[in-house]
Design a protein around this ligand. Structure first.
Ligand code: FE2
Ligand code: FE2
Length: 242
């Protein structure tokens, strides 16, 4: 019962067109870039540092929960690649091999972790939402659980920032750090003029192009930034690419 709009769907072991496979592996490598960080020692060192900055014991437990969820995402991303015959190595998490620069920055403070959760984990949710009805069925299957976890991380970031913003010093600190983190989060969506991002949509690997997803993110996050009593940075400032 095929229709004109029905797309071809694939399992890992199905033969697939070369272009489809190349784009799929590229997409999964970018996912691995954000998610398999915690499968390697450098990622753990960063989050051991964060756990030790947690202001309360309850916050420390929440960091542990966060780590459990993100490490599981790492394993999922790793397995998705391995099932296609691609291995992820620790070297991919260094400098020029990285697709995203978001993890290059060492998180210094609890405030910075809050911004990271609020913005970068929220982008993680937007990315996973792209795959809910992906033509690559293994990706479609893992999407809902990742969306659920990343929704929790983004919300936790918002609540932590709200607590920090209750004092004038805290709010000033968030405002000072916000422009760079906002730009980094917006850059995570990739270039708006990417021809490849259009092909992802045409092949059913994603729902939206880079630019469309980024605009939806801006619409969601700007009112939240204002709710925190902060000034919204210009969407074009400090961006590495548009
Ligand atoms: Fe994640
Ligand atoms: Fe995340």
């Amino acid at each position: 019962m095929s229709t004109q709009t029905a797309r071809t769907q694939y399992e890992a072991t199905d033969p697939m067109p070369e272009e489809y496979r190349d784009l799929l592996i590229r997409l999964l490598r970018i996912q691995a870039d954000t998610e398999t960080y915690l499968l390697f020692p450098k990622g753990w060192a960063q989050y051991a540092h964060i756990a030790n900055l947690a202001p309360t014991l309850e916050d420390r437990v929440k960091v542990a929960q966060y780590l459990a969820e993100e490490t599981r995402h790492g394993l999922i991303a790793y397995k998705l690649l391995r099932d296609l015959g691609v291995e992820v190595t620790e070297q991919e998490f260094e400098g020029e091999h990285r697709n995203l620069y978001v993890f290059d920055k060492w998180l210094e403070s609890w405030t910075e972790f809050g911004l990271f959760n609020f913005l970068a984990d929220r982008v993680g949710r937007f990315q996973a939402e792209e795959w809910i009805d992906s033509s690559y069925l293994p990706l479609a299957r893992v999407a809902p659980a990742i969306v659920r976890d990343e929704t929790g991380h983004g919300n936790a970031g918002f609540y932590n920032l709200r607590r920090i913003c209750k004092t004038p010093e805290g709010r000033a600190d968030v405002q000072r750090l916000l422009p760079q983190w906002y730009a980094t989060a917006l850059d995570m969506f990739g270039r708006s003029d990417s021809r490849r991002s259009v092909r992802y949509v045409e092949l059913g690997l994603k729902r939206r192009t880079n630019g469309e997803a980024r605009q939806a993110f801006v619409r969601e996050v700007e009112p939240l930034i204002r709710e925190l009593g902060l000034d919204v940075p210009d969407v074009t400032s400090l961006r590495k690419y548009l």
